[in-house]
Design a protein around this ligand. Structure first.
Ligand code: MTE
Length: 317
């Protein structure tokens, strides 16, 4: 499947998966209509000007293919299930994701714990086709099903004192063998964070599905963050807690190796990882010839640049 500027995902590919929505009743009675609607007019999130830059004219397919579903669901990072790329797809099926509640706390007028179905009530689902660039220098193109983070945050009414958002993954050692393992290089629960204005940017989404289906456990079911202009480790999976804070939260990879992984983690081909270059990436699936493509600033999502005006992005890596 090619992405083009008038991106079409045939409704036939997505409609049958409305079953997932009615099963979980994320959006009540209108679930089928909304997902089919999303298929008919998917919100394509390629950056403005990108089509022209690539040398394609409007409406023509551009040379970026959606990553095959079996790659995106079998080549994963989810350390709670192990550090191997295939550990999550082999082990995450035991995770119980229903019922699922999410607690919202900190600098909000209406803190509380809600079932996921209630968090999502009244929020329409959209399809967003995004590049995912891992800090390990591989990348994919994934069609997510989700909605802007802001839509959830607004329900809890952030206070003027809220400057950051801290996200926490489920901590359930019984179902997460990676947490029990002595080989893990990070502390659990996995924690990530954004500045509030980053979280409120329309490109930042919570995903509940991908490829028109419910999110597989290995990809962060039932509710994960996707921030396409940042390295993949910011896109925290299986979220159970969202906290609005006054101060920058300490995050998992930053705690583990502060000189390698910063809080911002914006995709930046000019700031190398201390152990490897970030100038190029392997777009999965790679062939036996193993070519790479150039990595682009903010992963190509130039419209977020104003969030970082006046900041030294080499220091704030
Ligand atoms: N979230 C949690 N809770 N645990 C993790 O280990 N890995 C991150 C991110 N979210 C991770 C996580 C990393 S490094 C990447 S690249 C992406 O998830 C991968 O998402 P995917 O497996 O859906 O492609």
């Amino acid at each position: 499947m090619l992405i083009n500027s008038k991106n079409q995902i045939p409704a036939s590919e997505i409609t049958p998966e409305s079953v997932y929505l009615s099963r979980r009743k994320f959006i009540g009675q209108s679930s089928t209509a909304v997902l089919v609607g999303a298929a008919a007019t998917p919100a394509i999130a390629l950056p403005s000007g990108w089509v022209e830059e690539q040398g394609y004219s409007e409406g023509e397919p551009i040379g970026e293919k959606i990553t095959p579903e079996d790659i995106a669901t079998r080549y994963n990072n989810f350390y709670e299930f192990g550090t191997g790329k295939e550990d999550p797809s082999k082990k995450a099926h035991v995770l119980t994701t229903d019922p699922w509640s999410i607690e919202v706390a900190g600098e909000v007028a209406k803190p509380g714990k809600m079932q996921i179905e209630d968090v999502l009530k009244g929020i329409d689902l959209e399809e967003r086709i995004y590049r995912l660039r891992c800090v390990e220098a591989w990348s994919m193109v994934v069609p997510w099903v989700g909605f802007p983070v802001k839509k959830v945050l607004d329900k809890f009414e952030p206070l003027g004192s809220a400057k950051y958002v801290k996200f926490t993954t489920l901590y359930r050692p019984k179902e997460m063998p990676g947490i029990r393992s002595i080989f893990s290089s990070v502390e659990f629960p996995y924690v990530e964070g954004l500045r509030l204005d980053e979280a409120n940017h329309p490109l930042a989404i919570f995903a509940v599905g991908m490829y028109g289906k419910i999110l597989p456990n290995q990809n962060g079911a039932p509710f994960r963050l996707v921030v396409p202009w940042k390295y993949g480790f910011k896109s925290i999976k299986s979220i159970v807690k969202i906290e609005l804070t006054k101060r920058e939260p300490r995050t998992t990879w930053n705690r583990s190796a502060p000189h390698e992984y910063g809080f911002y983690a914006n995709v930046n081909p000019e700031v190398d990882h201390p152990r490897w270059s970030q100038a190029r990436e392997r777009r999965l699936p790679t062939t036996i010839f193993g070519g790479t493509i150039a990595t682009r600033m903010f992963n190509g999502y130039d419209e977020v640049a104003s969030l970082y005006e006046g900041m030294d992005l080499k220091r704030n890596y």
